[in-house]
Design a protein around this ligand. Structure first.
Ligand SMILES: Cc1cc2nc3c(=O)[nH]c(=O)nc-3n(C[C@H](O)[C@H](O)[C@H](O)COP(=O)(O)OP(=O)(O)OC[C@H]3O[C@@H](n4cnc5c(N)ncnc54)[C@H](O)[C@@H]3O)c2cc1C
Length: 283
């Protein structure tokens, strides 16, 4: 598989997931051009080898051993022409926000502290602090059914932390921003970062919010009302700062996290009759 990119056999993925789970995969392949990616996907499909694309691993619960191929894209170019920002899918959303502000462009400040790649943010329609990815997204280039195609926003079904793009590989995204005042934009970014530091457990490894907020309520409130803050299973713990975060406070295993998730779901269902929906993805 070397011809498709850099191949690492039995790769440790601790530095590829923000929970810092000490897990492995059979092959990790880094791919930096569209054609190699296209050929690699064709090859894997033909051989019926399972695979997935990893972004920044900030929404994933990885298994102890993934018996397949994890693909890390190396497509992080960002270019800004007038008010259109083009970004390779492995560029970080935070960098995109800062680069846009440098060009006095407004619309991505909310993403300045989001630990996501562009590809991961598009797939999940990630959002926070009143903004979300699809607010300014215009179109994407992607790989679908062996072809590289462009999809306009109007062709994509999206909603709260959701898109119908699960079978697509995002290669590039285009955002349309507005002219803004650089000093004001910098101030907004600072305020957003301060808010995040105050409200979230950023000292310990996590993958952000565990559950989606049920309509009209907050998953964090429900979990807290069940008295589950600081509940521990193995090395995983419900954060004391934000009950919708599970943190890896002491070498947590994948099972520790999944067992804690199941316990939270059971308790919230029992007390509120609400079946919480997972925002994170178990691979
Ligand atoms: C501290 C912290 C705070 C967070 N805060 C927020 C927040 O405020 N709002 C929010 O929405 N999320 C938040 N998250 C969660 C996370 O950042 C988002 O879900 C993000 O969209 C995941 O992006 P990623 O690049 O890490 O993707 P990954 O977690 O690596 O992957 C997520 C999914 O996208 C797929 N994927 C990734 N790249 C591609 C690609 N190029 N093509 C096709 N599929 C791809 C993966 O296969 C996987 O299915 C937070 C996470 C952390 C750790």
């Amino acid at each position: 598989m070397k011809k498709y990119g850099k191949v690492i056999k039995d790769a440790n993925l601790k530095n590829y997931n923000t929970y810092k789970l000490d897990v492995k995969c059979k092959y990790l392949i880094e791919v930096d051009d569209y054609n190699s990616l296209k050929e690699l996907i064709n090859h894997l499909k033909e051989k019926e080898i399972k695979y997935f694309i990893i972004g920044n691993g900030s929404n994933l619960i990885l298994p102890l051993y993934y018996d397949g191929v994890v693909i890390k894209l190396k497509l992080s170019d960002i270019s800004i022409k007038n008010n259109i920002v083009e970004a390779g899918s492995s560029a970080m959303m935070g960098k995109l926000a800062f680069d846009s502000v440098k060009h006095s462009l407004k619309g991505l400040e909310w993403a300045s502290s989001l630990p996501a790649t562009v590809g991961g943010a598009v797939i999940n329609n990630a959002g926070c602090f009143g903004g979300e990815t699809f607010d300014s997204l215009v179109k994407i280039d992607c790989l679908y059914n062996g072809e590289i195609i462009t999809l306009n926003k109007k062709d994509i079904d999206y909603g709260y932390r959701y898109t119908n793009l699960k079978d697509y590989i995002i290669l590039k995204a285009y955002f349309k921003l507005e002219k803004g005042n650089k000093e004001e934009l910098i101030k907004t970014i600072k305020e957003i970062n301060d808010k995040r530091k105050k409200s979230q457990a950023i000292i310990y490894p996590s993958a952000g919010s565990v559950f989606k907020n049920p309509e009209g309520d907050y998953a964090g409130r429900l979990i807290q009302e069940c008295g589950l803050k600081e509940k521990k299973i193995g090395g995983a713990m419900v954060s004391s700062e934000h009950a919708n975060f599970i943190i890896n406070y002491n070498n947590a295993s994948t099972d520790d996290i999944i067992n804690l998730i199941n316990l939270i779901k059971e308790e919230v269902l029992k007390k509120f009759n609400i079946d919480l929906v997972l925002e994170q993805e178990i691979k």
